[in-house]
Design a protein around this ligand. Sequence first.
Ligand code: GTP
Ligand code: MG
Ligand code: ZN
Length: 308
Amino acid sequence: MRGLVLRSTGSFYRLKTPEGIKDARLGGRLRLLDHRHTNPVAVGDQVWVQNDDQNGEWLITEVEGRKNYLIRKSTKLSKETQIIASNIDLLVIVASISQPRTSTGFLDRLLVSAEAYDIPAILLVNKVDLLKKEKEQLILEAWKETYAGAGYPLYPISAFAPEDMERVRALIQDKVCLFSGHSGAGKSTLINALAPHLALRTGGISSKHNKGKHTTTFAEMFFLDDSTAIIDTPGIKEFGLYDMAAAQISHFFPEIFRTSKACKFQNCLHTHEPDCAVISAVEAGKIAENRYLNYVQMLETNQSNYKR
Ligand SMILES: Nc1nc2c(ncn2[C@@H]2O[C@H](COP(=O)(O)OP(=O)(O)OP(=O)(O)O)[C@@H](O)[C@H]2O)c(=O)[nH]1
Ligand SMILES: [Mg+2]
Ligand SMILES: [Zn+2]
């Protein structure tokens, strides 16, 4: 029988099957097969299960090929990777400017990963009701300009504003949407606003560190209707890029990639080379400086990883 993975908590997987919701375990063969990922089966996977005659359990025996997936390094130094979810139609990055603060470096690493696996992405800048200081308003204006230039839709919203939530509802309609972002940015609150019956647990913000409290502890998919699903995920602190050659990184910055066709050298990394169209475009204000700086930083992190 075929099933869709709704939730994975380590030892058990909750599946949506033609016979209803079932819990299953990983079959032995699958457990041995995949060493690269900390989780061989992820939320969003289409799997096949068999009933184990001996103790009546459902066992996952096969994972179908994935249309795409979002993957990150489990920690900065580890080689192990974690598949956050698979078969995604839209990555919804939930970012807050205040409580907690999100850096553009974090946003850009998520966006680069989405590009690498051909996942369309949008940015929900949540908690704009908290933006009281002029400095914070300026950050929002800068983000709008930066991401418009990069080609990513950005929506300033508040989970508590019903008209904003109707807009979000329209954006996610008929798609499988992965909600990702820092802890405390408001992912679960947004999902509750869209589907109050889910009553997901939400958490406060620690006043000492101005960070979320890691309230959501595992990824889980919820259907809002037959064709619309949201995957809530635990907040992530850092998003480590996985397995990308240095020369590839710029391909996943759409505005840099487009511009790079006019660079003198085809293998230009846009750092020091002569007649680099990307550097010229940054200097002319046509490419946002912080996107470029985040690109250079990813390049440096990537190169030091390879040296190690
Ligand atoms: N002022 C304000 N507070 C919000 C908004 N959205 C969420 N919050 C609050 O932010 C806190 C954290 O929200 P959560 O939904 O738990 O955040 P999360 O992203 O799911 O966090 P993790 O599960 O830890 O990853 C809660 O106290 C929410 O009430 C918003 O738009 N405005
Ligand atoms: Mg949550
Ligand atoms: Zn160049």
